[in-house]
Design a protein around this ligand. Structure first.
Ligand SMILES: [Zn+2]
Length: 305
């Protein structure tokens, strides 16, 4: 009897131990399995940035914020820009005037080549004129992203041409309201202050402005600019310039009237960090000259400091 009982009395504790080990192993493995797969939206944030939305330089927005209304049907795209109630972004009933501590706005806009909608200068020193946003009419370019209806066809043509060459261009930011730009800018100030608590608010604001433009001065507010990445590399950082998508854009954007707006060696002129992902529509009559001569738009229009 004793000999027969022995294996059982040993087996029971053994089984119990096995069950416990299995339970522990499952617990260790489970959290990994429930981790969600890399969210494409997350991937668009810079390495060094926390995951809070809207904190990137030139944030990659999963959805274009604050522009919920499809504002322009393709049929309307040929009609001249006319301010119209239905075309205002929802959350911006009133045109925003630039912040007080901030760049001078206004006038300036007529002296540029042609003095047209496509040649407006919008930079840290030249804010958009008050009421500009009232005139912006949008048309879709990719997914929910919209641009000025007059630049949108060029963007769509560029995306299609790239596709033909085997390059996927992925838009991650286009038109922004001033309210949204303000949100980005203020988020950035907080990040900068978090990174260097010794900075005063004004000092932090100065740094922030080189990454997220001061409200009223971002080209995204014109509807003429887009941040473009590629599915394989969705981060908004300098290394985007190592991608085939960038190489294609650098070579071909001018053919569609776009320019690389913030080149690497010209940050002292643009006052904006190097942004290999940011493209601005100016029209082909200007884009060739600007890209071929490696100019910033400030230099081209004679407004470089
Ligand atoms: Zn941008």
């Amino acid at each position: 009897m004793k000999k027969k009982n022995n294996p059982i009395t040993i087996l029971i504790p053994l089984l119990a131990v096995l069950v416990i080990i299995t339970a522990v192993v499952i617990k260790l493995i489970l959290p990994k399995e429930t981790d969600r797969p890399a969210d494409p939206a997350d991937a668009q944030y810079q390495d060094s940035q926390p995951q809070t939305p809207n904190e990137n330089p030139e944030v990659a927005e999963p959805n274009p914020p604050e522009v919920q209304e499809p504002q322009q049907t393709p049929n309307n795209t040929e009609t001249p820009a006319k301010p119209n109630e239905t075309e205002k972004p929802k959350q911006e009933p009133k045109p925003e005037t630039p912040d007080q501590n901030e760049p001078k706005p206004e006038e300036n806009q007529k002296s540029f080549p042609g003095g047209e909608w496509s040649t407006i200068l919008c930079n840290p020193d030249y804010a958009l004129p008050a009421g500009y946003h009232e005139t912006v009419k949008l048309a879709p370019v990719q997914g929910d992203y919209q641009m000025d209806y007059r630049a949108a066809p060029a963007m769509k043509a560029m995306i299609a041409a790239a596709k033909n060459d085997g390059i996927d261009l992925l838009i991650c930011s286009t038109y922004r309201t001033t309210a949204y730009q303000r949100q980005l800018y203020e988020n950035r100030i907080n990040i900068v202050m978090g990174e260097d608590p010794s900075l005063s608010y004004d000092e932090a604001a100065e740094v922030a402005a080189t990454i997220n433009a001061v409200p009223g001065t971002s080209e995204h507010e014109t509807g003429l600019a887009a941040d473009i990445v590629t599915p394989e590399y969705q981060r908004l950082n300098e290394n985007f310039d190592q991608t085939d998508a960038y190489r294609w854009l650098k070579e071909h954007c001018k053919e569609y009237g776009f320019i690389l707006r913030y080149p690497k060696e010209k940050t002292a002129i643009t006052k904006i960090i190097y942004e290999p992902w940011h493209y601005r529509f100016v029209g082909t009559e200007h884009s060739y000259k600007i890209m071929d001569q490696n100019l910033t738009y400030e230099e081209y229009v004679g407004k470089a400091d």
